[in-house]
Design a protein around this ligand. Sequence first.
Ligand code: SAH
Length: 374
Amino acid sequence: MTQTALIGQSPDELKASLIAAGVPEKAAPMRVRQLWNWIYVHGANDFASMTNLAKDVRALLAGKFTLARPEVVTEQVSNDGTRKWLLRTGKGIEFETVYIPEPDRGTLCVSSQVGCTLNCRFCHTGTQKLVRNLNPAEIVGQLMIARDALSDWPSTGENRRVTNVVMMGMGEPLYNFDNVKAALGIVTEGDGLALSKRRVTLSTAGVVPMIPRAGAEIGSSLAISLHAVRDDIRDVIVPINKKYPIKELLDACRSYPGVSNARRITFEYVMLKGVNDSLPEARELVKLIKGIPAKINLIPFNPWPGAPYECSDWDQIEKFAEIVNRAGYASPVRTPRGRDIMAACGQLKSESIKLKTKDRMAELESAALQRMPS
Ligand code: SAH
């Protein structure tokens, strides 16, 4: 008999699972609270450790359910402390998670899909053939694995090592809306993993019609992979721009709920030599986002084997940053982390078997888009 996985279930789903397994309906809400606490506050790996549950209840649960995480295929630790895990949940279903420690925070970069359908020209993930949406168990599982490996339980402790989650791993989170929403609901649930919504950032290449829904239903911080200030350039490097051009994207940002100076939108801008890094473009960038409470994150391009671009020269990045800074935007240049283990931004690409066809990509995209409000 296969055991049902509990990680990734919402409280309501968990309750239904317990009742189906024979837990009396009256006792179910209390059992949900107890289990939720064991699973997401203490990171329990098995039911035997759940000492406030009667032995027969533990036995019942152990017979029907599992708290298994995704399988860790490899764990790599960079000389700067960055860690990368390759995880697997089935044949060819492999995805990566990266932990980036900084003095004031620890950020987990989480994947939303195996591969990606967007084909941004500078991104390594876009060259991967297999594409599949990750389910809530696989998305939440990435945080569970990181906390396990970092001995970062209980999740309510003072000095947590994972303090922030960014949906900036493999995949486009807004093309996997329902699963990402469910997973982030669990990640931000106050009695469990308890990361505040401010510390969770969803990054999108610009699936414009889903942005209002992300604001209303997920409510996390928002990051936009802008990368160019003109449609003709963005059409090439972030091809989804042909569907949703810059103006529409920025309009969606202007009306993103909850945006204020205390809650800014992050604009990511990858520095590609001779492509998008001229100083007039820096000036155009600050003009474009005028009126939007924003941070600008300049990302030195991280090369990968066969990449069609080079990173801008360092002094060009500095001059570009200076213009942005002078316009009043904090614009930290994101230092590449974990380069030695290919964990830097946009280098994530699992070695999954190449199953995907163009049709499969189209299917995923249209499924995501069908759920959009009209
Ligand atoms: N699909 C989402 C999230 C994944 S990518 C999005 O596009 O926002 C996370 C960030 O890394 C994006 O800003 C992406 O454009 C950037 N990125 C991708 N490849 C990169 C590379 N080789 N060097 C630097 N940044 C890269």
